[in-house]
Design a binder for this molecule. Structure first.
Ligand code: 13P
Length: 128
C-alpha cells in the first residue's frame, strides 16, 4: 500500500514526530511512502525511504492527486495548516477532492491519521 505524507510548513514538526512515532507501521513490509518535496526529504532525513514528488507549491500535491486517481496511492496523510494562506490552494483542494472521488482514506490532522494507521496495524485496511 502506497501512503502519501504531506505537511504544510506549520505542521512539519508535528508530521516528523508522527512518522517517527509510527515508524513500525510506516516501515512495514507492504507499505511504501510517497511525499511532497520538503515533507519527503524531511522524512528521508529521519531514515525513511520516500518517493519524492515536487514541492507542494510547485505541483507536488497535483502529482500525488494524479497517483490517487490512477489507484497507485491508497492513503493520504495530509497535515494541513488551517490558519495559513497557500498560493497553491487549488492544487490542495484538488488532492482532497480526488481522494473523495476515489474513496481513498484521507486524514487532514494528526488524530485522524493515527486512527488510519491504527487500522492498518489492526489489518483492517490491507487489501487482499
Ligand atoms: O505545500 C505542501 C502541501 O500543500 C507541502 O509541500 P512540501 O512538502 O514541499 O513543503
Amino acid at each position: 500500500m502506497e501512503i502519501a505524507i504531506v505537511a504544510h510548513d506549520a505542521k512539519k514538526k508535528e508530521m516528523l514526530e508522527f512518522i517517527k512515532k509510527n515508524r513500525d507501521i510506516l516501515s512495514a513490509e507492504g507499505i511504501s511512502l510517497i511525499g511532497t518535496g520538503t515533507t519527503g526529504s524531511m522524512a528521508e532525513d529521519a531514515g525513511f525511504t520516500v518517493r519524492r514528488m515536487l514541492s507542494g507549491p510547485l505541483g507536488g500535491d497535483a502529482q500525488i492527486a494524479g497517483r490517487v486517481a490512477e489507484g497507485k496511492t491508497e492513503m493520504v496523510l495530509f497535515f494541513k495548516d488551517p490558519l495559513g494562506k497557500h498560493p497553491h490552494e487549488p492544487d490542495i483542494n484538488m488532492l482532497l477532492r480526488v481522494c473523495d472521488v476515489h474513496n481513498v482514506p484521507l486524514a487532514t490532522n494528526e488524530a485522524s491519521a493515527q486512527l488510519l494507521l491504527n487500522a492498518i496495524k489492526a489489518n483492517f485496511l490491507i487489501k487482499e
